[in-house]
Design a protein around this ligand. Structure first.
Ligand SMILES: Nc1ncnc2c1ncn2[C@@H]1O[C@H](COP(=O)(O)OP(=O)(O)OP(=O)(O)O)[C@@H](O)[C@H]1O
Ligand SMILES: [Mg+2]
Length: 137
């Protein structure tokens, strides 16, 4: 599976952008990585790749943000989600019907067929971006 080391936020955005350009409705991308690893930075690139010019920030109190584009992108952040009820109420299936979905702290979900990307802090500005499971197309 592909691995890339980036040395700046812009490089991580670019890796995200290339993934975003490949996204189709129904795709679900689960991101894992510790606090500050670069998940939101990666999503900023993904949004560009889907043709959105939305301002991508950490959805602090919003569980989901929708970015319209060539393909609608739903940006989900599960950091503050504690209960399985909240996870169920997320409406992931509906979001995936309307477009692609990218999920920060995606290890809190178990979704068949989802792409799985792990971002690892290597110290300083270096990050290892590992595709553990790619899109199914
Ligand atoms: N190579 C890099 N890739 C991504 N971010 C980097 C890189 N080098 C430095 N950074 C910085 O690391 C921080 C990453 O923050 P970001 O919000 O993207 O992480 P996160 O994984 O979403 O965090 P959280 O767990 O809080 O949601 C930013 O301040 C960014 O500028
Ligand atoms: Mg984040």
């Amino acid at each position: 599976m592909p691995e890339e080391v980036t040395s700046s936020p812009a490089e991580t955005e670019r890796v995200g952008m290339l993934l975003g350009a490949r996204l189709k409705p129904g795709d679900i991308v689960l991101l894992t990585g510790e606090l500050g690893a670069g998940k939101t930075t990666f999503v900023r690139g993904v949004a560009q790749g889907t043709g959105s010019n939305a301002q991508v920030a950490s959805p602090t109190f919003q569980l989901v943000r929708i970015y319209p584009g060539r393909v609608q992108l739903a940006h989900v952040d599960l950091y503050r989600v504690e209960s399985s009820t909240e996870l169920r109420d997320l409406g992931l299936d509906e979001l995936a019907q309307d477009g692609a979905v990218v999920v920060e702290w995606g290890d809190r979900l178990d979704v068949d067929g989802a792409a799985l990307i792990q971002i690892e802090h290597l110290g300083g500005d270096r990050r290892l971006i590992r595709t553990k499971h790619d899109l199914g197309h």
